[in-house]
Design a protein around this ligand. Structure first.
Ligand SMILES: NC(=O)c1ccc[n+]([C@@H]2O[C@H](COP(=O)([O-])OP(=O)(O)OC[C@H]3O[C@@H](n4cnc5c(N)ncnc54)[C@H](O)[C@@H]3O)[C@@H](O)[C@H]2O)c1
Length: 256
């Protein structure tokens, strides 16, 4: 039997939010597998980056169409799309008031839904349609353990923080988008799966980390490189019969 390999050399992979905390990890892992990376991010990279990047806003359809035209003009097939960009709210003291449900503003609601849900829908629509013409492609959506369960606000109490309602809504919504896309483009051989990662350790407040660890069977947060293998697997043909799935990678948090 042939040895299993990711075989991602020269695969063309778009990743949104590729300059962020998780996105840059994923991008590096893919570059190590010799894939061609195309990052779409609203901000510029802090340091020199390998691969091509587009400074574009995923909520702006005409900016995304310009990105698509680049692929069309250069006759580059898109093998995979990773919908990773979202507005994340790490625990921080100052935001409690504006993030409380009682005083949550419609502006913030619209902004969060727009970036974290509409952005993924637009990228799916625009790049997925292009992929469907080639009858092959894979889309990976980044949800969260909070796309499966509700946040436990008690763990943020000492940091005087509230996890906002929009985070639950968008992360559950991403799973809906995943199932819809998988079903809709199944006949075009476009696979679409989601991962639901648990919280990644990033020097968060000690008391928050301690409380969160108690809710996780593995008793720790994820290391920042612990999702790389899953992403490589989902981008590759090793996952060729997987579509519409939600892979929950959360140290077991959502089973208890
Ligand atoms: N960090 C965690 O612990 C964790 C856990 C579970 C899930 N997630 C999910 O992983 C993904 C990445 O999270 P992260 O922690 O790396 O966040 P991050 O804030 O570090 O990265 C997000 C990236 O998206 C970009 N972005 C924001 N708005 C954009 C827009 N309109 N257009 C284009 N790019 C835009 C940002 O510039 C940034 O580079 C998110 O979907 C998040 O919900 C993160």
């Amino acid at each position: 039997m042939k040895k299993a390999s990711f075989n991602l050399k020269n695969k063309n992979i778009i990743i949104t939010g590729g300059f962020g905390f998780l996105g840059s990890q994923i991008a590096n892992a893919l570059v190590n597998e010799k894939a061609n990376i195309y990052i779409i991010d609203i901000k510029k990279p802090k340091k020199k980056t390998t691969g091509k990047y587009f400074q574009s806003d995923i909520t702006n359809e005409s900016e995304l169409i310009k990105v698509l035209n680049f692929f069309k003009m250069k006759k580059i097939k898109i093998d995979a799309l990773i919908n990773n960009a979202a507005i994340d709210y790490p625990p921080s003291k100052s935001k409690k008031k504006i993030l409380k449900l009682e005083t949550f503003s419609n502006e913030l609601w619209e902004k969060d839904i727009s970036v974290s849900l509409k952005g993924s829908y637009l990228c799916t629509k625009i790049f997925g349609s292009y992929m469907s013409k080639f009858n092959k492609g894979t889309i990976i959506n980044i949800s969260s353990d909070l796309g499966i369960i509700a946040p436990d606000q008690r763990i943020y109490k000492k940091s005087d923080f509230i996890k906002p309602v929009t985070y639950s809504v968008v992360k559950h919504g991403i799973i809906g988008l995943t199932k819809y896309t998988a079903s809709y483009w199944g006949e075009k051989n476009i696979r679409c799966n989601a991962i639901a990662p648990g919280g990644i350790f990033n020097n968060q407040d000690n008391s928050f980390v301690k409380k969160l660890n108690q809710l996780i069977p593995l008793r720790r947060m994820a290391k920042k490189n612990e999702y790389n293998g899953l992403i490589l697997f989902l981008c590759s043909d090793l996952s060729s019969y997987l579509t519409g799935s939600v892979i929950v990678a959360d140290g077991g948090r959502t089973i208890i």
